[in-house]
Design a protein around this ligand. Structure first.
Ligand code: PLP
Length: 403
């Protein structure tokens, strides 16, 4: 297989320079094709992608079952708005809710899912005068105003004040701090069961149980942002299932349809009932193409036993990472849950990204010091080894530079 480029990377980059808003830092290559864990750039160079689609591509690039589902659906119907019923939306809602709880509302992205979650929580508690939401330091919930305000990282707020009123921030995994912030106006507590962008920080089961008990005692809704940790990513269908603590509202996106834009909010029946026709909506939400892709995604994860594979490969990464940590004292901590993988360094992890790319492996670094991988759930042991071999080489080089 080789890439089907129609122009060089440089030609594409020139168009971007002239016509595309420069709000992203981009690597100076144009990706033209992908298959499974590999992508090719316009020059025909192959990369092992351990961070496909920022975690959206849970089945790797262009998974055949999803491609087929999209082709078949596109020939029948591409878009029908929510003024009608469509088979695919009903079927995908059933697949999601029978694996979690409640009822589903569909949208197109993570930020939108969180906006909907915030609106649902406020609508559910409007009658009792509760509107405040507590979210957590180092969380990430998206870029629209509600989701941005929930994101308790000052760097994302810069230039955008005033934000949405009613938010308070607590340190993660600190139940006492949450208790201090609760009052008669608190409507919801919102968090990622595993923080992604914040550095792959895993909530302890005791913390989640404590939040659940607190919410039940005070009449507060518990919202889990599973945009990154959901859709099989952690080796369970949803991240909360590792703890057994069920939220009242859960937001999903990223891996939901294996890279096709799709978002969803799952809410308990009583909470869902507070949204009456006309209160919220999304023109593209739940469109047949995205729903067909979602159905194919969940079906493939199930049929190919990919939740188990995600767990097993997560443990394989752990073994390899532990060996690296033994050799290299620059490694601070390893945090892994299925295919949500973090390695915190004592030095900046940022240089590792370019160094790995030079050697044909795509990774991410977040929160300055954390190497983050979100490999597809169907990664093979050989690919884990291939990636870890390169990472070890790169980290050795970085360790040498500090010593
Ligand atoms: C990526 C992400 C979002 C935002 O999703 P978008 O689709 O970019 O709006 C929200 N929450 C979490 C946990 C995420 O990882």
């Amino acid at each position: 297989m080789h890439a089907m480029a129609t122009q060089s990377s440089q030609e594409t980059i020139s168009k971007f320079d002239k016509y595309v808003v420069s709000n992203y830092r981009r690597y100076p290559v144009c990706i033209v094709q992908g298959e499974g864990s590999y992508v090719w750039d316009a020059e025909g160079r192959r990369y092992l992608d351990l961070f496909p689609g920022w975690g959206c591509n849970v089945l790797g690039h262009s998974p055949p079952a999803v491609v087929r589902a999209l082709q078949e659906q596109a020939e029948k119907l591409i878009h029908v708005p929510n003024s009608w019923y469509t088979e695919a939306q009903g079927e995908f809602a059933e697949m999601l809710c029978t694996r979690s709880f409640g009822k589903a509302f569909f949208c197109n992205s993570g930020a939108e899912a969180n906006e909907a979650a915030i609106k649902i929580a406020r609508a559910a508690k409007a009658g009792v005068g509760r509107y405040r939401i507590i979210s957590f330091e180092n969380g990430f919930h998206g870029r629209t105003f509600g989701a941005l305000t929930a994101t308790a990282q000052p760097k994302y707020h810069e230039g955008f004040h005033p934000l949405l009123p009613g938010f308070r921030y607590a340190p993660y995994n600190n139940l006492d701090a949450v208790k201090q912030l609760i009052d008669q106006e608190t409507a919801a507590i919102m968090l990622e069961p595993v923080q992604g962008e914040g550095g792959v920080n895993i909530a302890t089961t005791e913390f989640l149980q404590g939040l659940r008990a607190l919410c039940d005692a005070e009449g507060i809704l518990l919202i889990f942002d599973e945009v990154q940790s959901g859709s099989g990513r952690t080796g369970e269908w949803f991240g909360y299932q590792h703890s057994g603590v069920e939220p009242d509202i859960m937001s999903l996106a990223k891996g939901l349809a294996a890279g096709v834009a799709a978002g969803a909010v799952i809410c308990r029946d009583e909470v869902a009932a507070c949204l009456k026709p006309g209160m919220h909506g999304s023109t593209f939400g739940g469109n047949p193409l995205a729903m067909a892709a979602g159905i194919a995604t969940f079906r493939t994860i199930e049929e190919e036993g990919l939740l188990d594979n995600a767990k097993e490969m997560g443990e394989k990464f752990r073994e390899r990472f532990e060996q690296i940590a033994e050799e290299l004292p620059i490694v601070q901590e390893i945090r892994i849950r299925g295919m949500m993988i973090g390695m915190e360094l004592k030095i900046s992890a940022m240089p590792a990204v370019a160094k790995c790319m030079e050697r044909g492996v795509l990774i991410n670094a977040t929160h300055d010091t954390v190497i983050r991988l979100l490999p597809p759930l169907n990664i093979t042991p050989e690919q884990v080894d291939e990636g870890c071999d390169v990472l070890l080489e790169v980290l050795r080089e970085m360790a040498q530079q500090v010593s």
